[in-house]
Design a binder for this molecule. Structure first.
Ligand SMILES: O=C(O)CCC(=O)C(=O)O
Ligand SMILES: [Fe+2]
Length: 363
């Protein structure tokens, strides 16, 4: 396990700083080894990420057919990401949440700095958390916090938000938690995990949120809005707040841009579902790019097991399929500690959870 203490970022807000970098980007932001993005043309068009329609499940359950579950399984296996439409969350609430998120980043700097990351913590407002002095900084400001369990909330964050943002966020959290439980149930069934096991693990689970602000950048091809990573979550439900595109996913070794549908949430399969499904599902590697003219804002919500739950291949899946476990099992609380003690780096954290052949033959 990496033991580096995160360094306190002293560089406050890029949203303000970026205004001074009109001509060029400082070295600390330049990513020398940035992988290129797929360029489409008439013979190789841009592949679009799959769309899952929640209404289709209601119909297929009524008709007792498994086709929808089969297609969900194949989407989570081959892609690990999909656009979810007819998700049932009130459109007005989604629009209000977008508006409040934009207003958060429009607050005067001194207001936002009330929520500033404090030394050694990973919750609050600021730039990339640094694990070493030479680490590159992403071209973004973020606000991250744990929203459930309630006793883990930091009193100077959500509870202390401007009332309209706080109330909208509370409603949004509740609605998305319900949606996440529906998705967990379907995604679990599609890979032979018992419904009750998903409920026991995810109901009232650990939930967190990240709002990200990507300023326009004079040299967008030199920086990264968000470093390539997979989410250390069960699932992530992602909202593109201001309709500026920038998310990319890595599929079969190639980076593809994702075009968000305005009526959809983007759902990512996270590392924990890859582990629970014993490797059937793929936690998608993704990154965010930026552009010269438009700021971009996103809101990601992460849904996880309870802090005291075991994270490992689902017991009912191993029993139902007779497969040996391909990943280790650790308690969620420890899993998170290990995750936050490292810098984001592709899928390397998930790799550490894999049981190697030599290890399994020794145990
Ligand atoms: O900004 C985006 O579209 C991606 C955000 C994301 O991947 C994250 O917050 O983990
Ligand atoms: Fe992510």
């Amino acid at each position: 396990m990496a033991s580096s203490q995160p360094l306190s970022p002293s560089h406050g807000s890029l949203q303000e700083l970026a205004k001074e970098f009109k001509l060029g980007v400082p070295d600390r932001y330049i990513q020398e080894h940035r992988e290129t993005t797929f360029v489409s043309n008439s013979s190789s068009p841009l592949p679009s990420i799959p769309v899952i329609d929640l209404n289709d499940f209601i119909i297929s359950i009524l008709e007792s057919n498994n086709d929808q579950l089969k297609s969900l399984r194949s989407v989570c296996h081959e892609w690990g990401i999909f656009q979810l439409v007819n998700h049932g969350v009130d459109k007005l609430l989604v629009e209000k949440m977008k508006k409040e998120t934009i207003e958060f980043f429009n607050l005067p700097l001194e207001e936002k700095l009330r929520y500033k990351l404090k030394g050694g913590d990973y919750q609050g407002y600021g730039q990339t958390i640094l694990h070493s002095q030479d680490q590159k900084i992403d071209w973004a400001d973020r606000f991250y916090m744990i929203t459930n369990p309630l006793h883990r909330r930091k009193s100077h964050l959500l509870p202390d938000f401007p009332p309209s943002l706080r109330d909208t966020m509370e409603n949004y959290l509740q609605e998305l938690q319900k949606l996440a439980m529906t998705l967990f149930s379907l995604i679990g069934q599609a890979v032979n995990i018992d419904k009750q096991e998903m409920v026991d693990i995810f109901e009232d689970g650990m939930q967190s949120v990240r709002m990200t602000y990507y300023p326009p950048c004079p040299q967008p091809d030199l920086v990264m809005g968000l470093t390539p990573h997979s989410d250390a979550a069960g699932i992530t439900i992602l909202l593109q707040v201001n309709e500026v595109q920038g998310l990319q996913v890595k599929k079969d070794g190639v980076w593809f841009p994702v075009n968000f549908r305005p009526d959809a949430f983007v759902v990512n399969v996270g590392d924990i579902l890859e582990i629970m499904s014993n490797g059937v599902y793929n936690s998608i590697e993704h990154r965010a790019t930026v552009n010269t003219t438009n700021e971009r804002i996103s809101l990601a919500m992460f849904f996880n097991p309870k802090l005291e739950a075991d994270v490992g291949p689902a017991k009912s899946l191993l029993t139902n399929t007779g497969e040996p476990p391909l990943y280790q099992t650790v308690v969620m609380e420890q899993y998170l500690k290990d995750f936050f003690s490292r810098k984001l780096n592709g899928k390397t954290f998930l790799e550490k959870m894999k049981i190697r052949n030599c290890e399994s033959s020794e145990t």
